[in-house]
Design a protein around this ligand. Structure first.
Ligand SMILES: C[S@@+](CC[C@H](N)C(=O)[O-])C[C@H]1O[C@@H](n2cnc3c(N)ncnc32)[C@H](O)[C@@H]1O
Length: 431
């Protein structure tokens, strides 16, 4: 497909999202099924355009003074693709499958690119309802942090210490220009292509053999901060697809016991092949059955309970840009309730002297420091670890400035650390 035809297709899909209010991945899949002539490169290129438009939707709508998918696409080419006015006009030629030529009004708005007077939520490209929450979490940096969350994510890999070393994998993946991550001790980063096209990892023998695993550097740091050690009894209470479980198992070097569960058994499905591929042998998956607690025998027994809590996912917007417009205000209150419940539940499994790791992929105080403060009111037998100690004990260097200024714990953000947004705090149960 001609690049201009891809732009037309992306506009069509943005229109579908507008009307049917469904996940972008569903709309993209349906488009692919009904346009079978489009090859995989075309589909990837169109998806990348759609996601870029979602990333920069607020700025695009503002400069174009319009909320149409066409306006969003023009804005995406400005803000996410750095195209000149002439380049954009050449794509909107009306020839063949290219979008119709720009109207006089569109041309005037495009040429002006006028963001003057725009509020922070527009400049930072986040939903208006989150403005007070961003202001609280980030203060004067709200716009910069929003912009960070509106960029494209790189591809990060975690070297599976059960099967390989980082120097070995650096050499193995040199043809992808793999680089060591800045902070994560086992992390490798592969830069994305200019139009957001990623490396074909599936074709890599090192990936197929489980020597590397896809995991954002922020998620790797969160897992490393848990300090799961060989010989420990550990519980991953919100294991989901197992991203953190695999990292915890590797950090335990297959020694000790790691239990993985989740309140939603269906979410555990991907964990089985992933464990198999990774060579982790000390993990027991306990799927919930009926109302009984699948890990009841672990009450008061665990050295470590990791809670990768359900959250708004604001920190993952780089990878899921449509989530930022699909999340509704009520979701924040719902998540806070779930977080209080899961923290109270997790505390029960920690043995005296054991630790509880609380992790979210959200930067909002309401989901992080506020939840810990509420937890500590009801759990006087727990205390929070100092952020500097957490980093030192996990052997992670260069992140001292990530200590939260809102309370205990650490905050990672795309703008400051070039990783997905994460919050991590370590609590200890007193002896
Ligand atoms: C952020 S996701 C976990 C992601 C996963 N740890 C990973 O790294 O791939 C949060 C998970 O918490 C689960 N969850 C929510 N409330 C829970 C509870 N009270 N007990 C256990 N799991 C819960 C959800 O079903 C969801 O799978």
């Amino acid at each position: 497909m001609h690049p201009s035809a891809r732009i037309s297709a992306a506009i069509e899909i943005l229109g579908d999202l507008e009307i049917r209010r469904r996940p972008a991945s569903d709309a993209l899949k349906d488009w692919g099924l009904s346009h079978r002539f489009a090859g995989s490169k075309d589909r990837a290129g169109i998806a990348s355009l759609v996601y870029d438009a979602l990333r920069r939707r607020a700025c695009a709508r503002y400069i174009m003074k319009s909320e149409t998918p066409r306006a969003e696409m023009i804005g995406a080419l400005v803000f996410a693709r750095d195209m000149t006015n002439e380049e954009i006009e050449s794509h909107f030629s009306g020839v063949g499958h290219a979008p119709a030529p720009l109207s006089d009004e569109e041309r005037a708005n495009l040429f002006a690119r006028d963001l003057s007077g725009a509020p922070d939520w527009v400049l930072g490209d986040y939903p208006e309802w989150l403005e007070p929450h961003f202001a609280r979490a980030f203060g004067a940096d709200a716009v910069a942090e929003g912009r960070g969350l509106a960029t494209r994510a790189p591809l990060d890999l975690r070297v599976n210490a059960l099967k390989a070393t980082r120097p070995e994998m650096l050499a193995e993946l040199a043809h992808l220009d793999a680089q060591t991550c800045r902070f994560a001790p086992l992390g490798l980063r592969i830069a994305q292509g200019s139009a957001g096209r990623g490396a074909a990892l599936d074709a890599e023998p090192a990936y197929a053999r489980g020597m590397v695993e896809v995991q954002d550097e922020g998620s790797q740091i969160a897992a490393a901060l848990c300090r799961a050690a060989p010989g420990e009894k550990a519980l991953d209470l919100c294991a989901g697809g197992g991203g953190k479980t695999l990292a915890l198992a590797a950090s335990m070097d297959n020694q000790g016991e790691l239990f993985a569960t989740d309140s939603d058994g269906r979410r555990l499905t991907p964990i089985f092949p992933r464990l198999e591929r990774s060579g982790a042998r000390n993990v027991t998956v306990r799927a919930p059955r009926g109302k009984a607690d699948p890990v009841a025998d672990l009450v008061g027994q665990c050295d470590l309970v990791a809670i990768d809590a359900p959250c708004t996912g604001v920190g993952t917007w780089r990878r899921n840009p449509d989530a930022k417009w699909r999340t509704r205000p009520g979701a924040l209150e719902q998540r806070q309730k779930a977080q209080d419940e899961v923290l109270a539940r997790g505390a029960r499994y920690v043995k005296p002297g054991g630790r509880l790791a609380y992790v979210t992929c959200s930067p909002l105080c309401e989901e992080n420091e506020d939840r810990l403060a509420a937890f500590l009111v009801d759990h006087a037998d727990f205390y929070c670890e100092n952020a500097a100690d957490s980093l030192a004990l996990a052997g992670i260097e260069g992140l001292d400035a990530a200590a939260s200024s809102h309370g205990p714990g650490l905050r990672l953000t795309p703008a400051r650390h070039d990783v997905d947004g994460f919050y991590v705090a370590l609590l200890h149960r007193k002896n």
